[in-house]
Design a protein around this ligand. Structure first.
Ligand code: F0G
Length: 455
């Protein structure tokens, strides 16, 4: 089957262009693998018109505020509400939206006490329609897939991308093909893809193997690739930062801390911060820091051992399966935004991830393990004195607690680290465990349990 171009009539291509992040080559169309035709590196989206007539920041802020009073689907989306900074579509009805975005910014009073950082917040992207931050990017990329005339969309995934893609494809009347590593993603995420009608393939490889195969597939078959290599995804994910800054009255927090896997999200947030600064929406940048699991620490090693100049891949292993990625596609983009914003990169252990997840759960918020690396990372960054206690910090929580119930149950039952090298180190987490209690159905038994818990 011949490859199909990703440009199409009906899309105002002039409003944006593709630019190679390495050689700077500019183009109006992109190949299906979204790689530069000159040098094969990744593409990003740029807006040449901003140079000629930069949008007025005061007008933008007021437009975005006013749209919150509207009942149009496109305005009810917390992504398309910011469409002035996104690739343009001709008609509002073209957007495939599940009213994504609009996620809360929570204070974390207990974690603030534990860490000693009073101004500590969580931007909870797990409260998106399919339970993860992926929806913000997917609404934009799926929209452009349909505009380009594709019937099929596809992704490689550790679970959340596939859940999100399957939902948006279904809403947009497209078919979806999911490639996931067999036995390495949570049932919760897999079941979402099935329910939303995806053709779901569990491949006997890891995420990196799935992504390699997908990159070849999209050059051979007319399927549109929806991984975060797709720059439309990152444009949508920028809105996390736009919405966050709006919630903070356009006062940038000192630090934004985000988990890193394939490194699309950190790249998107960083791009948004730089664009907001350049457009005069904010006066200065927040430092954007990326946290990885110790067993999937490609970016940490790339910065530490190769000064960010070449990727050091790893054989990834972590119970935070969403970020079990050893060969992150967007590593160059992430290095760029870390350097441009002055952020740091850290790694955290499995025990630290479990502790942070339980602490966020105890706030009545909860998140999936991959999200909790942000809080675990904050503790590390405080120790290094990269973050000071009087600074303001926003943690990006990327996925819902309900995304990985097995992890949570294993933790509270005390099974998470049983028989592993971390068993001894995890003993200190016992106070955080709340295992379910099986009782005879008597009032006495329940009252005794209540009294016991009160002690
Ligand atoms: N947190 C969660 C919950 C994720 O699902 C992911 C990535 C990340 C963090 C890391 O974000 O890749 O942009 O650096 N999940 C992808 C997936 C890879 O397939 O669902 P990233």
């Amino acid at each position: 089957m011949p490859p199909i171009s990703t440009s199409a009539p009906g899309v105002r291509q002039a409003a944006f262009r593709f630019r190679c992040i390495s050689c700077g080559d500019l183009s109006d169309t992109a190949r299906q693998d979204f790689r530069c035709v000159q040098c094969s590196d990744l593409l990003e989206i740029t807006y040449p018109r901003w140079k000629e007539a930069s949008p007025d920041p005061v007008e933008l802020k007021s437009t975005w505020r006013n749209r919150r009073l509207s009942h149009h689907a496109i305005d009810l989306s917390g992504v398309w509400r910011f469409r002035d900074l996104l690739p343009a579509i001709e008609m509002d009805e073209q957007a495939i939206t599940l009213r994504e975005g609009n996620t809360p910014l929570y204070e974390l009073p207990q974690c603030a006490r534990i860490t000693g950082v009073p101004r500590l917040f969580a931007k909870h992207q797990g409260l998106n329609p399919t339970g993860s931050f992926k929806d913000a990017g997917m609404t934009v990329a799926a929209t452009f897939a349909r505009l380009a005339g594709f019937r099929w969309v596809a992704c490689a995934s550790t679970g959340n991308t596939s859940a999100s893609m399957a939902a948006y494809a279904a809403r947009g009347g497209m078919r979806s093909l999911v490639l996931v590593p067999e036995g390495k993603i949570s049932w919760s995420k897999l079941s979402q893809a099935l329910d939303y009608g995806a053709v779901t393939c569990q491949l006997r490889t890891d995420f990196d193997g799935c992504l390699r195969l997908l990159q070849e597939l999209v050059l051979r078959a007319p399927v549109y690739q929806l991984n975060s290599i797709n720059p439309f995804r990152l444009e949508g994910q920028k809105t996390l930062a736009l919405e966050l800054l709006e919630q903070l009255d356009w006062q940038p927090p000192d630090h934004i801390i985000v988990p890193g896997g394939n490194l699309g999200n950190s790249s998107a947030i960083g791009k948004a911060l730089l664009e907001m600064r350049d457009l005069g929406l904010i006066s200065h940048l927040s430092k954007l820091s990326v946290i990885q699991a110790e067993g999937a620490n490609a970016l940490v090693r790339t910065l530490r051992e190769a000064a960010g100049k070449r990727l050091i891949s790893v054989q990834a292993e972590t119970r935070a399966t969403a970020i079990r990625i050893g060969n992150p596609a967007s590593w160059k983009k992430a290095v760029h935004v870390l350097e441009a914003t002055g952020g740091a990169c850290e790694e955290v252990t499995e025990v630290e991830i479990a502790q942070a997840k339980a602490e966020i759960g105890a706030e009545g918020i909860g998140c999936e393990p991959a999200s909790a690396v942000s809080l675990a990372g904050l503790t590390k960054l405080l120790k290094r004195e990269f973050v000071k206690q009087d600074e303001s910090v926003v943690l990006v929580l990327t996925g819902s607690l309900l995304k990985d119930p097995d992890f949570t149950m294993d933790f509270h039952r005390g099974d998470l680290f049983k028989g592993t090298a971390d068993e001894a180190a995890s003993a200190r987490l016992n106070a955080l465990r709340r295992p379910p209690i099986v009782l005879d159905a008597t009032l006495d038994a329940v009252i005794r349990t209540l009294e016991q818990a009160e002690k």
